[in-house]
Design a protein around this ligand. Structure first.
Ligand code: UGA
Length: 441
């Protein structure tokens, strides 16, 4: 089948390459000429494990092409995926200008039936706005060509995106036209594996499903973070509590890891956007509000613990930071907890020596050259001359370090673990102090 993808960002590229991989002819369109030139010369603008190899193979097989020309895009595909950004507005709601610009462009150029497939995370009701934008563009040129708008939210996790797309838990298709539902079923049939993963429902339910999933996951995390603070207060160990409750299959082990807060481009934005949607309709979403508030507090927790440990005397100290990305296997630092800590340390007059396996170029891009931050060559050299170590991202390479070397290097001999990746017993055996989340020292 012929597929066009508007937006060669994270979601668009992964969707495009995976649909090409199962045999479709995919054309990716982006307004950024530099990005398209890079892709056409074999480069990949984002870091995602496995993506570069798949792009290479599918380009060579002639199934995956890139262009900046929207007209060519509209001509190419029966399916017109919209996978452009929806950055948050100042008030937290999703900014739809890029989505609607694509819709208008499709309306301007289409001359036969097209299916517009919304992949971007967009508020409930957006499909109607997309349809209105197409109709408006069509009527400006005095045509009325049939089309449908489908909501098909994506559930990819950064760092595991290819696998998530190729082996999905579910594929949500929101359409009010049964015939379109069947066409989407056919497009997604190669991803069904043992049983049918495609769930066809009405447009609005599909749109809400995406927010509901992310809000539920964020709620699990904030719940555990709240509980971790209670555990600390009562002298319990949240890690034991986690294992204890996770064994109940109704609760489950996933997404109940306490830590220094959730980040990334999805949870914070989507929880806020859903809260805002509810408010705009006159409903006060108390739980969503609390999920966000708990996360905000949690992101500040490590700084509070460091500051308390050093009795507020942080000026002139150096803190080593392991992990800058918002989670492992990505260089993405959007809403990363590391940024909250680093900026608070700077404000308190401390210096930072940081290491991350892939996010250091991104750190440089965000902060530029600074005298109060050194990006170290490796994890251990980040500790040179440092008073303490703070762990912000649970990269697997940080999990079993030589604690004796750490002890020798750190002036104050203390580790602040924002992801609870270490065993307190091992650390104290090495003569280090250990401050973690939800585990009384
Ligand atoms: C999230 C969802 O997991 C995906 O299903 C969804 O498709 C995606 O958002 C999206 O809307 O596009 P992602 O933001 O890539 O994916 O990252 P997650 O793996 O979900 O992690 C989010 C944050 O939660 C990270 O900062 C992580 O450290 C934190 N987290 C996760 C915890 O603090 N505890 C946990 O138990 C799990």
């Amino acid at each position: 089948m012929d597929v066009t993808i508007f937006g060669s960002g994270y979601v668009g590229l992964v969707t495009g390459v995976c649909l090409a991989e199962v045999g479709n002819r995919v054309l990716c369109i982006d307004v950024d000429p530099a990005k398209i030139a890079l892709l056409n010369s074999g480069g990949v603008p984002i870091y995602e494990p496995g993506l570069d190899e798949l792009i290479k193979q599918n380009r060579e097989a002639g199934r995956l092409t890139f262009s900046t020309d929207p007209e060519e895009g509209v001509r190419h595909g029966l399916f017109q995926f919209i996978a452009v950004g929806t950055p948050p507005d100042e008030d937290g709601s999703a900014d739809l200008q890029y989505v609607l610009a694509v819709a208008r462009s499709i309306g301007e150029h289409m001359d036969s039936y097209r299916i517009l497939v919304n992949k971007s995370t967009v508020p409930v009701g957006t499909a109607d706005k997309v349809a209105a934008a197409v109709r408006e563009a069509q009527s400006a040129r005095d045509v009325a060509v049939e089309f449908d708008v489908v909501s098909n939210p994506e559930f990819l996790k950064e760092g595991a995106a290819i696998d998530d797309f190729m082996r999905p838990d579910r594929i949500i298709v929101g359409t009010d036209n049964p015939r379109t539902g069947e066409l989407l079923r056919a497009l997604y049939a190669p991803f069904n594996r043992n049983h049918d993963r495609v769930m066809v429902m009405d447009v609005r339910s599909a749109e809400l499903t995406k927010y509901a999933a992310n809000a539920m996951l964020a709620t699990k995390i904030s719940f555990m973070n709240e509980l971790s603070n209670i555990a600390e207060a009562v002298g319990a160990d949240i890690e034991k509590v986690r294992v204890g409750i996770g064994s109940d299959p109704r609760i489950g082990y996933q997404f109940i890891y306490p830590g220094c807060g959730y980040g990334g481009s999805c949870f914070p934005k989507d929880v806020r956007a859903l809260e805002r949607t509810a408010r705009s309709l006159g409903y006060d979403p108390e739980l969503l509000h609390a999920v966000e508030a708990v996360n905000f507090r949690q992101k500040d927790l490590l700084f509070k613990k460091i500051s308390e440990y050093f009795k507020g005397d942080l000026a002139g100290r150096t803190i080593a930071v392991w992990g800058l990305s918002f989670k492992p296997n990505t260089d993405d630092m959007r809403e990363a907890s590391s940024r909250v800590l680093i900026e608070s340390l700077w404000a308190a007059g401390a210096k930072v020596r940081a290491f991350d396996p892939v996010a250091m170029p991104e750190t440089n891009r965000i902060y530029g050259e600074r005298t109060d931050m050194v990006l170290a060559d490796d994890a251990m050299s980040a500790l040179d001359g440092a008073d303490a170590l703070a762990v912000l991202t649970e990269w697997s390479q940080f999990r079993s370090p030589d604690f004796r070397t750490i002890k020798d290097k750190l002036k104050a001999g203390v580790i602040f673990d924002g992801r609870n990746i270490f065993d307190p017993g091992q650390i104290s055996a090495a003569g280090l102090h250990y401050v973690s989340i939800g585990r009384a020292p």
